[in-house]
Design a protein. Structure first.
Length: 260
């Protein structure tokens, strides 16, 4: 193997992926494992998480796949995750903040506890995960954080204003930490997907009229797949991207560049 090819691998690295039991999180965990990383999976549904762990362990027997059930909107659960990481004595060098959620509706229809919960899950959990991961990541010369943002944090889409606000905040957190932690050898980037085919998006995309509108605004004319987001995430974790930090990489089939 040419020595340069090792920069496109993640052998010997350990990655923590949140929201890893389905959709984009699962695809990211799988991609990182296939590229040689040991992977720590975190999600709320313990049974589904164990199923995913077993699947990935069977597919990637040469790496270690471990799992812990936790609700990352809960402070105690976040602390428990890093107690677990410390007990494992692993060399954590990658964090993928994927966990998130949404309840789309008109701005005036939200109750205060509903939009506050979206901020707790989509922003504050990632903020605290980054802070808790820092003592682990700083021990490496080329650590990486990748936050899963959204085109909703860049332009208006029909996801509700609180969701767009949380993703815009996550994008800005990415930029701030990239600058603040660059001297510590920690790169911080984000990806911003448009519609990706997951369990969460399927109900909306099942509406033929709505799907047609989405595709009309997507130059590539199709819905993205979780693996396509995972590919971008993996690149941002690799030594090959060692001079890339503070970027918000759209994975959107050209949606944000649509013009007339």
């Amino acid at each position: 193997m040419h020595p340069r090819l090792s920069s496109w691998r993640l052998d010997g690295r350990t990655a923590l992926v949140t929201g890893a039991s389905k959709g984009i999180g699962y695809a990211c965990a799988r991609e990182l494992a296939v590229l040689g990383a040991d992977v720590l999976l975190v999600a709320r549904d313990e049974l589904q998480l164990e199923e995913v762990r077993d699947e990935l362990a069977e597919e990637c027997p040469e790496v270690e796949i471990l799992a812990m059930a936790a609700d990352l909107s809960d402070e105690e659960d976040r602390l428990a995750v890093f107690d677990w990481v410390a007990d494992l004595e692993v060399n954590l060098s990658i964090l993928v903040n994927n966990v998130g959620g949404n309840t789309p509706r008109a701005t005036l229809d939200y109750e205060p506890d509903e939009y506050r919960q979206l901020f707790e899950l989509n922003v504050f959990s990632a903020y605290e995960m980054c802070r808790s991961a820092y003592p682990h990541l700083v021990q490496h010369a080329n650590a990486a954080i990748v936050n899963i943002g959204s085109v909703s944090g860049i332009t208006h889409v029909r996801t509700g204003s609180p969701y767009g606000m949380t993703k815009a905040a996550l994008h800005q957190l990415t930029r701030n930490l990239a600058v603040e932690w660059a001297e510590d050898g920690i790169r911080v980037n984000a990806v911003a997907p448009w519609y990706i085919r997951t369990q969460r998006s399927e109900p909306a995309l099942a509406n033929a009229e709505y799907l047609e509108e989405v595709l009309d605004r997507t130059p590539m004319g199709r819905i993205g797949e979780p693996e396509e987001v995972a590919g971008a995430v993996a690149f941002l974790c690799m030594p090959a991207s060692s001079y890339v930090t503070g970027e918000i990489v759209a994975v959107d089939g050209g949606f944000l560049r649509y013009g007339f």
